[in-house]
Design a protein. Structure first.
Length: 188
């Protein structure tokens, strides 16, 4: 039985979408688990899964060891803001990009969102990955505006053609914590 094929209709953010065929090395899917609950373990209730953004795909087996690549947004989830009271709001994912330097094992990520008239952006956030590994994360001690930024994800596809990243921002506003997922692919 052949694998299903998914394709994002546009880079417009949605609740879930994917690019490629599930069995291909370049498959990348993303979504937002809007509501749910984690199971109770013994006497511990592990909590709700509200607004949990996720990525699915097969990390690239052989990473490029030199050169650079620019990535542009191919899709993503509608960003959510979760206030400490538990109230949530949805915003708009405006744009995202990343520039990877495979020789240095670093990348610079940018994500721009808006909630009503409040812009919540990640500007020039440094992420690192070890040589030969497809996963990346915020560099230790990275300071960006706004503070409280975390970015993580992985490369997928031949020569790391695509990348998926998850972001979390605490913008210091009444919004609370802003989260989302972005799908990127090599561009100009």
């Amino acid at each position: 039985m052949p694998s299903p094929s998914f394709k994002a209709s546009s880079p417009t953010p949605d609740t879930f979408a994917a690019m490629g065929v599930v069995s291909d090395s370049g498959f990348l899917g993303w979504g937002n688990w809007v509501s749910g609950a984690k199971p109770t373990i013994g006497d511990i209730h592990t909590g709700a899964l509200n607004s949990t953004h996720y990525l699915v795909g097969k990390p690239v087996a052989v990473m490029p060891s030199m050169g650079t690549a620019n990535y542009v947004m191919a899709g993503g989830t509608v960003p959510t803001a979760t206030h400490s009271s538990g109230a949530t709001a949805t915003g708009q994912l405006i744009s995202a990009s990343m520039r990877a330097d495979f020789g240095a094992g670093t990348a610079i990520a940018n994500v721009n969102t808006v909630f009503g008239t409040t812009a919540v952006n990640i500007a020039s956030h440094l992420v690192t990955f070890q040589s030969g590994t497809a996963t990346f994360g915020s560099a230790p001690g990275t300071t960006t505006t706004p503070s409280g930024v975390t970015v993580s994800g992985f490369f997928t596809g031949n020569q790391a053609y695509r990348a998926g990243l998850l972001y979390s921002i605490t913008p210091g506003s009444t919004l609370g914590v802003v989260t989302g997922a972005v799908a990127l692919q090599r561009g100009n």
